[in-house]
Design a protein around this ligand. Structure first.
Ligand SMILES: Cc1cc2nc3c(=O)[nH]c(=O)nc-3n(C[C@H](O)[C@H](O)[C@H](O)COP(=O)(O)O)c2cc1C
Length: 356
């Protein structure tokens, strides 16, 4: 109610990117005020033992986290955790700092409960992110680090560029993600082709395996892959011993919306395809990989559906803009209630239950 007022009276009147910076600024304030942050964490972070879930050796206080792209420079992950996200995926971070595409590059489609963005990995680079991640955490936070290719680096040198980013960041991450699926870096999604993806993932895995705790490694894929290509990436992830797959990134399809802005579409119009890709992955790999489902998740019904379809973790981004700061808290609260109602005592009882 309160957020709806703030959204309609203030945030929706601002340029979307200015609104984003305003919110990140407020979260930064929360980040540097340890007492308030701890209080907020105590009130909003998932604490119900029922919600706990383990994936690739990492303990998550709940299944629902914030997808990559919101906290690109790892500046407010703790504050976001305090708001109730069980994990925060920071990035995409590239080896070298880069400005991203020209503004405007972020667009709201409120009628569709969607966003279109062509940010283009604007970020301060891996060293700056490493510094931010190295600072002590005032509240418990599970932080995934999502890495991508620096725009000016040619495709032929992509492996080297990803490895440089991984070397700076892998040891600081609770899990590491190779992002080959954003539509806003020219040529990036070509790296999803297995013959290019194999050497890339193999090289990054070597770095991740070399950290003291052996950092789990996942790959994030696009919803626009053909089904056979989804299968091929899943097979490759198994072959290389990856820990999981994150599906999906934003789509270049405009089937469901009238806007013709270029960039990646996210939010409600992505829901059906994201779920379809999850189902495809689950039927291919069963429980041999951790599946992280993202795309169009808005409420507990969506989270429940993804868990049943085989996701161990679920993420969201776009609906956060429309639902506000209590979104993650509400989802975890509603999920715990639903589990109790159904007599479920552990999330493992429902993960993959409707999968074929
Ligand atoms: C403004 C914006 C920026 C994003 N930036 C990234 C990014 O840097 N790296 C990435 O892997 N995904 C990025 N994403 C994609 C999200 O992580 C997520 O995969 C996608 O938005 C689908 O989830 P949603 O429908 O809940 O938003 C971005 C999404 C948005 C809306």
């Amino acid at each position: 109610m309160m957020y709806r007022f703030v959204f309609t009276q203030l945030l929706s009147r601002l340029d979307p990117e200015d609104a984003h910076h305003l919110v990140v600024g407020a979260l930064r304030l929360l980040s540097v005020a340890p007492v308030v942050k701890r209080l907020v964490h105590r009130r909003l972070a998932p604490r119900d033992p029922l919600l706990r879930v383990q994936a690739f050796g990492v303990h998550f206080p709940g299944p629902f986290g914030l997808a990559a792209g919101f906290d690109k420079d790892a500046r407010c992950a703790e504050a976001l955790s305090a708001l109730g996200f069980s994990h925060v995926e920071v990035g995409t971070i590239t080896a070298h700092a880069q400005p991203g595409n020209a503004r405007p590059r972020l667009f709201r489609l409120p009628g569709d409960r969607a966003l279109i963005n062509r940010m283009g990995f604007n970020n301060a680079g891996a060293s700056a992110a490493a510094k931010a991640l190295g600072r002590t955490r005032g509240v418990p936070a599970v932080v995934g680090v999502n890495i991508g290719k620096t725009k000016v680096v040619p495709e032929a040198e992509a492996v080297h560029d990803y490895v440089a980013g991984a070397k700076e960041l892998a040891a600081l991450a609770d899990y590491l993600v190779v992002n080959v699926s954003s539509p806003n870096t020219p040529g990036l999604r070509n790296l999803q082709a297995v013959e290019l993806l194999r050497p890339l993932l193999r090289a990054v895995k070597e770095v991740a395996d070399g950290t003291p705790k052996r950092t789990p490694l996942l790959v994030k894929i696009a919803p626009d892959l053909a089904d056979e290509d989804v299968d091929a990436v899943a097979d490759l992830a198994l072959e290389l011993g990856l820990d999981g797959v994150i599906a999906t990134n934003t789509t270049i399809s405009r089937e469901a919306v009238s806007s013709t802005e270029t960039g990646g579409l996210s939010g409600r119009p992505l829901k059906a395809r994201s779920l379809e890709v999850l189902r495809r992955l689950r039927s291919r790999v069963g429980d041999r990989l951790v599946l992280v489902s993202v795309g169009g998740v808005e409420d507990v019904d969506d989270v429940w559906e993804r868990l049943l379809a085989g996701a161990t973790l679920v993420q969201g981004y776009s609906a956060f803009i429309y639902e506000g700061p209590f979104w993650a808290w509400r989802i975890h609260r509603d999920l715990a209630r639903r589990m109790r109602r159904h007599g479920v005592t552990d999330l493992r009882e429902i993960i993959g239950r409707t999968a074929s």
